[in-house]
Design a protein around this ligand. Structure first.
Ligand SMILES: *Cc1c(COP(=O)(O)O)cnc(C)c1O
Length: 447
């Protein structure tokens, strides 16, 4: 694969980009990170606090419906929310294995176990489908915002939604979340799946009556084709992973809920108690929305790193080159092929790379073989199963005190502060993985 001119130029002045080209693990630090107060005003023009509150309120309106239809959400009263679990044994094992130091307390945000879709996509994907359904039902006079939304489960509502189609392009998990929720509401659903998508995800969707269309190409092609087909059909709605603000809002809601969990668990976040968060990134929607929500809530006291596969660091190259969605990992001579199917997007979201341009702390890359090692380690130490893509988040805490030292110094995060810090690895998927696929994962050794 040929390296483009702009990539070479960038590599000459940026050692992290050189390491990307050399297919080695790296940490790219964001030279454009700004104090939150500087960025606050401008970003609010795009996505405001009211927008996030509006999304929270919408999810609250739907809670009675979700609770009624998905008994697994009984405990959270119809909210799709995940536990925040401390993982001290994993923390110790990570240190032992790598001979590193992980200060503070280490937690796992278990979006891997979210209701309905079993991945972080249950936040953004389901939110966008619910919002679309609400808009249609309101416009048709079949619903008012003060109604009990349980009525959406009625057969006549399913029939109503059955006149409409929802489409999405996906590497797998977004398709699962959009597909399961849309089909449940009664929509016709078409999911355009890239070559990276796992067979079991296609099978599961088909079993729920979803029309799965398969492509030989990568994710961008599946999205482009889905968008084209949807645009040609006036009754069809396309969930656009590359540009959707609604998806982003669904993810951003996580921050307020996390703040409540901190309160319940007695965790403090302030200047003396930094919060450091690591989120695996594919096209960027999920980590971008989470990052944005967290920055809005915790400002400079939260430090958000994205994590990506060595062979597919699309957000890294989007930020570093300032070409946003015009950047592509192929331009850096790398294949984009990775075992982390949830992270296999060769070009990043233009929306996310722009809105997070001055907010994200940096981007760690991780070799595929480690994903399986981390996955086994988490199983052995904490008896928690998460899928390989999710395990990309562990590269963060392992390397913070090594590759990340320059960042800690620049941000004035002293070892005293670190000792009081909270570090969170965002577990982005896993609950729906079938038993036989787990067996395969557990037996995969790439090195
Ligand atoms: C989708 C996904 C991500 C990343 O989300 P993007 O919005 O594509 O950046 C991370 N992990 C898993 C398991 C996913 O399915």
């Amino acid at each position: 694969m040929e390296i483009k001119e702009y990539a070479r130029t960038l590599a000459a002045s940026d050692s992290a980009v050189r390491e990307v080209i050399e297919q080695r693990e790296t940490l790219w630090l964001n030279p454009r990170l700004l104090p939150f107060e500087v960025v606050d005003g401008v970003t609010q023009l795009v996505v405001s606090d009211e927008d996030i509150q509006d999304a929270e309120a919408r999810l609250a309106r739907f809670a009675p419906y979700i609770r009624k239809c998905f008994p697994e959400t009984e405990e959270t009263e119809g909210l799709i929310e995940s536990p925040l679990a401390e993982i001290p044994a994993m923390q110790q094992a990570l240190c032992g294995e790598e001979g590193c130091e992980i200060p503070g307390r280490l937690f796992l945000k278990m979006d891997s176990h979210l209701a309905i879709a079993g991945s972080v996509k249950a936040r953004g994907g389901i939110y966008e489908v619910l919002k679309h359904a609400e808009e249609l039902a309101l416009a048709a006079g079949k619903l008012t915002v003060t109604d009990n939304y349980e009525k959406l489960a009625a057969p006549e509502m399913k029939e109503f939604f059955g006149k409409y189609t929802v489409q999405v392009g996906s590497t797998g998990n977004l398709g699962l979340s959009i597909g399961i929720m849309s089909a449940f509401l009664g929509f016709n659903v078409k999911v355009h799946m890239s070559a990276d998508a796992k067979q079991w995800k296609k099978d599961m969707l088909r079993s729920k009556g979803v029309n799965v269309i398969e492509y030989e190409d990568d994710y961008s092609r599946a999205v482009a084709e889905g968008r084209r087909q949807s645009d040609a059909d006036p009754m069809s709605y396309f969930v656009d992973d590359e540009y959707s603000v609604d998806l982003f809002l669904g993810y951003a809601v996580a921050a307020g809920r996390l703040a409540e969990q901190f309160e319940e668990q007695g965790l403090t976040v302030d200047e003396e108690h930094p919060l450091i968060v690591y989120v695996p990134a594919g096209v960027g929607g999920a980590p971008g929305g989470v990052c944005y929500g967290l920055k809005r809530r915790f400002g400079d006291n939260v430090h958000v790193f994205f994590t990506e596969p060595v062979m597919c660091p699309s957000l890294l190259v989007g930020f570093a080159s300032q070409r946003y969605e015009q950047a592509n990992v192929h331009d850096f001579g790398i294949s984009g092929e990775t075992h982390a199917d949830g992270l296999a997007c060769a070009s990043p979201s233009g929306f996310v790379t722009r809105i997070c341009n001055n907010l994200v702390a940096g981007d760690f890359t991780v070799a595929d073989y480690r994903l399986y090692d981390y996955m086994r380690m988490l199983m052995e130490t904490e008896s928690i199963r998460i899928e390989p893509s999710s395990c990309a988040s562990f590269v963060g805490p392992v390397n913070l005190m090594g590759k990340g030292v320059a960042y800690l110094e620049k941000e004035g995060i002293t070892s005293e502060k670190l000792a009081r810090s909270t570090q969170i690895c965002w577990a982005t998927g896993g609950r729906l993985v079938p038993e036989e696929v787990w067996e395969q994962y557990l037996n995969t050794h790439l090195k």
